[in-house]
Design a binder for this molecule. Sequence first.
Ligand code: KG4
Ligand code: ZN
Length: 345
Amino acid sequence: MRILGIESTCDETACAVVEDGKRILSNVIASQAAVHEVYGGVVPELACRRHIDVIIPVIEEALAAANVTLQDIDAIAVAYGPGLVGALLIGLNVAKGIALALDKPLIPVNHVEAHLYAAIMSAETPLSFPSLGVIVSGGHTALLAVHDVDTFTLLGQTIDDAIGEAFDKVAKMLHLPYPGGPHIEKLALHGDPLAFPFKGGVVKGRPLHFSFSGLKTSVLYTLRGQNCSRAPLEISPQEKRDIAASFQRAAFDDLIKKSHLSLEMIDGHALFFGGGVANNRALRQRFKEAFPSTKLHWPAENLSLDNAAMIAGLAFHNHKRKGISDLPENTLDLEAATRIPFSLA
Ligand code: KG4
Ligand code: ZN
C-alpha cells in the first residue's frame, strides 16, 4: 500500500510517499525556521502563510522524488493534530481535496504518535513489546506504554512546558537563536553541568508527570537575580556555558528518572524515542549509560524533526487496524484537533 503523507502541524511543511508503513520513497521537508528565527519562536500567522505558499510545490516534489504520480497513490494520510489550528487546516484541506479528487481514503494521523512511530519505522524487526515510548519534542513531553507498533497508552506527560519548549525558552534567555535546543547542546559541551543545582519539577501524586516551568524560572533567577533586578547579560561567557550545561543536565536527569520508573512499571523491553530533542547527543549518551542493558531505538536522522514519512508510515497501520470505519462518513467532516488527549493506561 502506497501512502502519500502530509504534515503541517507547526512550522514544517512536509510531504512523503511511504510503502507499507516502512519503505520511504520520498521525504520532503520545507522548514520555516528562518522565517521565525528573528521572532525567537513560531509566529502562527506567518507559519500559515508559508504553508499555503509551499504545500503544493512540496507535494509535487515528494511525488517526483518518489517517481510516482497521484494515480499511483492508494491513500492520503494527514496529521490532523495536535498543532496550530491554522497550520493544521492547510494540510488537512489539501489532503481532503486530493482524497476527494482521487476518490481515495483519507487517513487521519496523530502527530505525537507519529513521532514515536518514527523510531519504530527506523528499527530492525522483530520488535519487542511492551516497550516504553519517550516523546521529547517542542510541543510535547510524554511517556507512553507502547503495546504494538500503533497502540500506545499514556503513563505521564508535562503539565506545563514541553521539554523542547523549555530548551527554546532558556536559549532565548541566553540570547541564542531559535530553535534553541541545538545551541544549548553546543554551549553545554564546554560548561559544568553541576555548576548550578537546577532540578526538574515534581508533580504531586503523579510521579511520571513532568513540570519544566520551575526549572525555567530557576534559570531566569540565576540570570537576573531573584527580583529580576540584574541586567540580562551581566554574566561571563563561562557562566553562560555553565547555565546551559546545568539546565540540560537537570532536564535529562528528570527524564531519565521518570523513564526508569515507567519502564519498571510496564516491565518493558525497549525504549523508543520521538521528537526533536531526541537529536541531542548528550541525551543519547546519558540514556545509554542509564539503561546499559535495554535496547534503545532512536528515529533515523531524517525522521526526528517534523516530517511526513512518519505520518504516512503510521497511517498504514492505522488503516490496517481500523480501516476507515472510525472516520466521519464524509471525508469533508474530518476536523483539525489542536489538542488530542492520550488515553490513560
Ligand atoms: O519534534 P519537533 O520538531 O517539535 C514538535 O513537533 O513540537 O522538535 C523541535 C524541538 C525544538 O524545541 C528544538 O529546540 C528541539 O526540538 N531540539 C533540540 C535539539 N534539536 C532540536 N533540543 C535539544 N537538543 C537538540 N540537539
Ligand atoms: Zn513534532
